[in-house]
Write a protein that binds this ligand. Structure first.
Ligand code: AVJ
Length: 319
């Protein structure tokens, strides 16, 4: 008997089917692209944890600073009895929030990674033995029906991960979050902010090369899952600021012309020399855009907090 509940919303092979569909679609179109969610197998998750400790990668530290400074205010403003965390991963930053939410009855971490959920649930229960933990294996970009737990409910989406969604996807996502909220509930959203290009590019192209390895890891995932024959070393890591869209793009650029076989899809993918796959978009925000996008989804920005250097923001909004 486990002391927490684990609900699988995703059918067992949903991820495999989604990966095949994304790879087939993304590598047969021009320009080529792959969605960033496929970075995060066990190795990719480990590399991301390493990224969060890099000197150039400020978002995690900036967000932790805000959470440390503001969690008592967040607790007072929301009175939350249920905390839902979308894309919870290791739930590491959530600790500060859980400490502060004195009225908390239930914690509902939602993630696609069962191993991350199980580890996080056990660690949190060790510190909060009376907490009701309902871990949910689900894709946070789909609307999820949550267990019946006492309100008010606080939905947290931290880390700036909303920046991985394209504008249309963000709108759909915020609408589905809005649908989870009753009057008196709130959304706590982490957004990385627009800043000097050199700072942004360095955060996604670190000197130690960890982000480059993280980026190439998606090719290893496709090799393993779809029996493909990508040579990750044949691709160069590229991080570029797109000033018009105000997002960082990560790309993998073929050093020379080559072909890749993907037997599971009956596919041969040709690359020209210098051809790129866009593997991630990480949008950076200004307060006005956050306010407008929330409003477009029926949410009202209520609080806006940044770290001391104004690099990252946490916002609280209500239905
Ligand atoms: C986990 C999505 C917030 O976009 O900054 C880190 C992922 N990519 N370095 C981000 C990431 C490259 C990260 N998020």
């Amino acid at each position: 008997m486990s002391p927490y509940q684990l609900t699988r919303i995703l059918p067992d092979d949903a991820m495999g089917a989604a990966l095949r569909a994304d790879v087939l679609h993304g590598l047969t179109r021009t320009p080529k692209e792959l969605p960033p969610k496929w970075f995060y197998d066990a190795r990719g998750s480990e590399l991301f944890e390493e990224i969060t400790r890099l000197p150039e990668y400020y978002p995690t530290r900036a967000e932790r600073e805000i959470l440390l400074a503001r969690s008592a205010e967040i607790a007072a403003a929301t009175g939350a009895r249920t905390l839902v965390e979308l894309g919870s991963g290791s739930s590491e930053k959530t600790r500060h929030l859980l400490e502060a939410l004195t009225e908390l009855h239930s914690y509902i971490p939602v993630d696609v990674s069962e191993s991350a959920l199980a580890g996080a649930a056990e660690a949190l229960l060790a510190e909060h033995p009376d907490l009701h933990v309902h871990a949910m294996i689900a894709d946070f970009t789909r609307s999820i029906s949550l267990p019946e737990t006492p309100g008010p409910r606080l939905v947290a989406f931290l880390g700036g991960t909303i920046g991985n969604l394209l504008p249309g996807e963000r709108h759909e996502f915020l609408r589905s979050v809005r649908a989870m909220l009753a009057p008196g509930d709130a959304l706590l959203l982490g957004t990385d902010l627009v800043k000097e290009e050199s700072v942004l590019v360095a955060a996604y192209d670190d000197a130690a090369g960890v982000t480059a390895e993280f980026n190439r890891n998606v090719l290893a995932v496709i090799n393993r899952e779809l029996d493909a024959d990508f040579d990750p070393d044949a691709f160069v890591h590229v991080a570029r600021w797109n000033a018009e869209e105000e997002w960082i793009e990560m790309r993998l650029r073929a050093r020379q012309a080559l072909t890749v076989k993907i037997p599971e899809l009956d596919l041969v993918v040709p690359f020209e020399a210098g051809e790129e796959i866009r593997t991630e978009v990480s949008a950076k925000f200004r307060q006005e855009r956050v306010r407008t996008e929330l409003a477009d989804a029926g949410l009202k920005l209520a609080e806006w907090w940044t770290d001391g250097e104004g690099r990252f923001a946490l916002s609280l909004s209500t239905a």
